[in-house]
Ligand binder design. Structure first.
Ligand code: ZN
Length: 252
């Protein structure tokens, strides 16, 4: 009991110090939702940039939507197309502005291509504020990128938006439920790779994700493996060549 009290006293003092630093560094105008978020944390962030990071980490779905909306403002750079070079995986979302050829340089986000402002925010916090040349990512885009690469980390959130029902069977989701891409990423690469960027990113976003019970997932994966094996087979040569058919028709 005494130890618990000591710990909570310590945290209180630590938070007071953090709050003092945070307030001193706070600009005149700061996004209200981020401020609310920062002040409701068990550990008060010490810096506004940490508050922004923590805010987006807590709202990955919002980050996913925003990152794709920002990318839509940029569109794909001229001459870019989605490629998977040696050692690259089709599981990594395509991000043209990460590529040295297409980067928009300092002050721009390497995920969406849009200007980055102080604390990694996507809008200027003060009128006339120039993009921050030191920041290469939006806070939102970092969170979205992590979500796209490892959606399973957000399984609790995804379960909640599905009302804890399996997306395949409609039954209750069990503890062993797994996150699945409705359109599997190998099919995105095979069949949808010409989709314009950033619409392509929607395949990594929440609209292409579902939580399914393990047995339903195993079945779906087996069906997908069958599909992959079938589509990998070379097309069968025709049984008869045209010449041979003519001979058959002539009765020879
Ligand atoms: Zn961005």
């Amino acid at each position: 009991m005494a130890r618990k009290r000591r710990e909570s006293d310590w945290l209180e003092r630590r938070n007071e110090r953090a709050l003092a630093r945070f307030s001193a560094a706070l600009p005149e105008s700061f996004p209200t939702p981020v401020l609310h978020h920062a002040l409701s944390r068990a550990w008060t962030p010490e810096l506004p940039s940490r508050a922004v990071e923590s805010y987006w980490r807590a709202h990955p779905l919002r980050a996913d939507r925003l990152a794709r909306a920002l990318a839509a403002r940029s569109g794909a750079p001229a001459g870019w197309s989605w490629r998977c070079d040696e050692g690259e995986s089709f599981r990594t979302p395509p991000a043209p502005y990460r590529d040295a050829t297409f980067t928009r340089g300092p002050g721009h986000c390497c995920i969406c291509g849009q200007p980055v402002f102080r604390f990694g925010w996507h809008r200027a916090l003060a009128t006339g504020e120039a993009p921050s040349r030191r920041t290469r990512w939006h806070g939102a885009c970092v969170a979205a990128w992590k979500f796209w690469l490892a959606p399973s980390d957000q399984i609790r959130l995804l379960k909640r938006i599905q009302n804890r029902r399996c997306a395949v069977t409609g039954g209750r989701l069990w503890r062993d439920a797994e996150v699945d891409h409705r359109v599997p990423l190998f099919r995105v690469w095979r069949e949808h790779r010409d989709t314009a960027w950033p619409e392509l990113l929607a395949f990594w976003g929440v609209s292409n994700l579902q939580v399914v019970n393990r047995d339903a997932h195993v079945e779906k994966c087996a069906a997908e493996a069958g599909y992959r094996a079938n589509s990998r087979q070379p097309p069968r040569p025709p049984r008869y060549t045209a010449e041979r058919l003519i001979l058959i028709l002539r009765g020879e």
